[in-house]
Write a protein that binds this ligand. Sequence first.
Ligand SMILES: [Zn+2]
Length: 301
Amino acid sequence: MDVVAVAHSLATFSEKSFPVDIDGICLDLKVAGKRPTIWVSKNLRLERKRFTIAHEVGHVVIPWHFGTILDEIDAKPKKTTSEYFEWEGEANRFAAELLMPSVWADDICRRSTHLRDAMHVIAQRAEVSLRAAALRVLRLGPPGYLVAAARNDVIEWTGRTKGTRSHGPNEGELVSTIDMPACEEPQILRYNQTSYLWWKERGSIKPPRRAPSEGWRTILSEMLQLVPEEKSEQIRRQINAIVGYAIGKEPKGSPVDVIYARAVASLQNRSSADMHLSMLLSHPKFDDYVLSRVYERSQAA
Ligand SMILES: [Zn+2]
């Protein structure tokens, strides 16, 4: 997409050296008898400049954006200026669609064997940043993918496609400590100082051992001895709900490997603010409890 030509066709467009740290400015939006003006910072990298121009074009085209708008694309939303950030979201979505049209990007996602590759292809062909391409791919890609961007081994942001069951790592976590048992080994793309790690969920996981001899109710009662009696019933219900909800998505009688994959995905990176619930989720017998429920569901008619 030749965004410069688009900008010229809709506004008076030029590149400027701004004395302050901003990416672009729109002037005279929706002023009767006046052609709008777009200025974009000279000093931006190519990809960021293209995105900024497309974003400013969005302000020109979207009917209810008016007046003068100063843009700092990476700014974090503040509550005091919620309308501005609403407009920003709209202009960003417009820019993403202009640079990476849904139909085109969706086709690339479908034809890629892994979304890491889709991100790479979209970034190169659309001349956008890997971050912008990753966001596009997260929006359009199939369920079952998670991504994290890391710099100096520290996770800076994460995302997952719609319908993905497992939890990703948390921002601020170290890449070297990530544990993602529900997923295949990550596919990684390194660019400048940033690594993009893409995980794909596994459809089935072989349980580490056979069904425990005790039933899951017995195992859970034993685990609950750690919890004060007045909280015991609440925690029992919570544990049963968390695991029951996860494995309940596979029909009774499904293969053990498939139901087990559901359980692992749902529990991956899960933590709780409740001390007692956390204690039970990391209890040495918790795996036995999960396995027992998985085998029971698989054997049920
Ligand atoms: Zn803007």
